[in-house]
Design a protein around this ligand. Structure first.
Ligand code: F6R
Length: 608
């Protein structure tokens, strides 16, 4: 979602602003802009579309450097992604960029218009600029004026602000959206949406807390909390390698990231699994005997990881497991109490709805467990227990390796809890842990299907709709296949429970409807096989993802089949994820869509 950078160093800032914005590109955006100040003048440049458009405008118009500046990549919420709506916004003396959504923006806007304000854009951000500007007219103390004006906002925001004439003052504020402060490796201070954005300049990072304001100069900075009290926040030494933003030999980050899966799964598993003794070790604070049920909440691909885990946890822990998308869960009135283990899963650890669900569960007395990839994220800091994934930075908007690491942790969790509760014997647990240890090799072997998948992708690139089907843990993998495909190719796709097809969607089946059927050779294979026959009888264009042996049988029926490595039922979700990721990728490459930054999408969804 939107990216923010602010720099106050006294030295030319334009190159730094642009390099930070490039590091923030992965979050997703549809316009960008920067503003700098020098000798009492404000210089601003904005452009719709990619950063290259902004860079061109900066070059064409001639750069006016300054020793202070703010920059922004905007993912549109209020108002189309035009140059006029792009940030920074300038209202009198106030120059502002914003990430988030101001919920009371309409009433504030009406009030401002009633009082004669000339509102130029359709954004909620400009309203904040007016509020601060008005407050500065009645309170010349910038710190209190900004805090008072921002105090009127409801909703979620991270802000970077400059005040005309104050060339040694950079202001930041956050509530609901992340914002960090960087202490310069040489003189100066920085604010940004994440530590990655500040990685060219700073390793000393402060994670602002909910409701914090920061007032930074070249020489020092002051942080105030929500109540306006001057506070001290911890300084963290963070090594974020901007080099990890490199695609290596790959054409796209997505390819780089899914080929990293054997390594990152190994890295993640080795945190939970003793490869010698085949024992699973979990956080010692986690005691399953305290709970009567497990509630898992997340969004998008992370939600589908929870759906896979539901099968494992129910089987291995014998406990009721409820799974929901965070945007629904947080507005329901679920029965939660201290007997409930609440699990949130998130790559970014910042997704607004998942974070709100975590806070709601905490308020209701649940023990909260976060499976997160960003260890410094808000969820990692707020949950009672953290089970980290070690996927490394995931740049492509479509999640691949983070998902694989999430299900790795969840598989280990189901074994560890199963042993704790006595449902799994040590022998069972050892056997399952041994299976997990084979994953890096097996995932690697899956890439052998790439040639077959490329062929299928070229066919899929010509269609408008695709159905993915699966039973048991292959059902969420079918949904993941559909999600990946629609996300990066814009082809309409749905993931369905194979047995549910005849209750409606089978009406869609004819020779023009491609169906990708995920059918590992497991306890429900024969059931899926019956569904395959039902679809074949209606002329559907079937491709079955299955084992070598089953693929031969399917091909004898005159249907297409792609053979994956043999694996246990437990490992099937990992193995069958690879071909659906490859299918989405190669279809997108063939169609020429923007694989790493698909339209309308953002990597870190910090608005609800
Ligand atoms: C899909 C995708 C999204 C995310 C979702 C949750 O490929 O990446 O659906 O999974 O936005 O994000 P996190 O995991 O950061 O909470």
């Amino acid at each position: 979602m939107c990216g923010i950078i602010g720099i106050v160093t006294g030295h030319p800032v334009v190159t730094g602003l642009i390099s930070s914005l490039k590091l923030l590109e992965y979050r997703g955006y549809d316009s960008a802009g920067i503003a700098t100040m020098q000798d009492g003048q404000v210089w601003r440049e904005r452009a719709a579309g990619k950063l290259a458009n902004l860079e061109k405008k900066i070059k064409d118009d001639g750069v006016s450097e300054g020793g202070i500046g703010i920059g922004h990549t905007r993912w549109a919420t209020h108002g189309a992604p035009t140059e006029g709506n792009a940030h920074p916004h300038i209202v009198d003396n106030v120059i502002i960029v914003h990430n988030g959504i101001i919920e009371n923006y309409a009433e504030l806007r009406d009030e401002l218009i009633k009082n004669g304000a000339n509102i130029q854009s359709q954004t909620d951000t400009e309203v904040i600029g007016h509020l601060i500007s008005n407050q500065l007219k009645i309170d010349s103390n910038i710190e209190t004026a900004v805090q008072t004006a921002v105090g009127r906002l409801t909703g979620a925001f991270a802000l970077a602000i400059m005040i005309k004439g104050e060339e040694n003052l950079l202001i930041g504020a956050r509530k609901g959206c992340p914002l960090v402060v960087g202490i310069g490796d040489v003189e100066g201070h920085y604010i940004g949406s994440d530590a990655l954005a500040l990685s060219p300049f700073s390793r000393q990072i402060i994670y602002l807390e909910e409701g914090d304001f920061v007032f930074a100069t070249r020489q020092n900075f002051r942080v105030f909390d929500q109540a306006g009290t001057l506070v001290t926040r911890d300084v963290n030494h963070v090594e974020v390698q901007s080099a990890t933003m490199d695609k290596g030999n790959h054409k796209h980050f997505m390819a780089k990231e899914f080929f990293e899966q054997p390594d990152v799964v190994q890295k993640t598993l080795s945190h939970y699994l003793d490869m010698k003794s085949n024992q699973v070790t979990l956080d010692s604070k986690l005691d399953i005997s305290k709970f009567e049920r497990i509630v898992m909440v997340s969004c998008g691909t992370a939600y589908l990881a929870a759906c896979v885990a539901k099968y494992w946890l129910e089987e291995n822990v014998n406990m009721s497991v409820e799974v929901d998308v965070a945007s629904e869960f947080r507005y329901r009135k679920p029965a939660l109490n201290e007997k409930c283990l609440f699990v949130v899963i998130s790559q970014s650890g910042e997704t607004a709805d998942s974070l709100a669900a975590l806070r709601m569960a905490k308020n209701k007395g649940c023990t909260t467990l976060a499976i997160v990839n960003v260890p410094t994220s808000t969820m990692a800091r707020e949950a009672d227990i953290i089970l980290p994934t070690f996927a490394g930075i995931e740049v492509c908007v479509a999640s691949t390796k983070a998902f694989m690491c999430q299900i790795s942790v969840l598989a280990a969790l189901s074994i560890g809890l199963g042993v704790q509760i006595g449902r799994l014997s040590h022998a069972d647990a050892t056997s399952m842990a041994k299976q997990l240890a084979q994953l890096p090799r097996l995932i690697n072997d899956c890439f052998a299907v790439e040639k077959d998948i490329v062929k299928l992708a070229h066919e899929i690139a010509n269609v408008e709709h695709v159905l993915f089907l699966g039973r048991n843990t292959s059902y969420p993998i079918a949904m993941e296949g559909a999600l990946k495909l629609k996300e990066i190719t814009y082809i309409h796709a749905e993931g369905y429970a194979a047995g549910e097809l005849k209750h409606g969607p089978i009406a869609l089946v004819d020779e023009n409807m491609p169906l990708i059927i995920i059918a590992p050779d497991n306890e429900v294979y024969e059931k899926t096989r019956s569904n395959i026959e039902e679809i074949a009888a209606r002329g559907g264009d079937i491709t079955v993802l299955t084992t070598q042996k089953r693929a031969k049988e399917i091909q004898k029926l005159g249907l297409k089949a792609i053979a994956l490595p043999d694996c246990s039922s437990f490992l099937a979700p990992f193995i069958y994820t690879v071909p659906v990721q490859l299918l989405a990728y190669h279809t997108a490459v063939h169609m020429g869509t923007d694989v790493d930054q698909p339209r309308n999408l953002a990597k870190s969804v910090t608005v609800e």
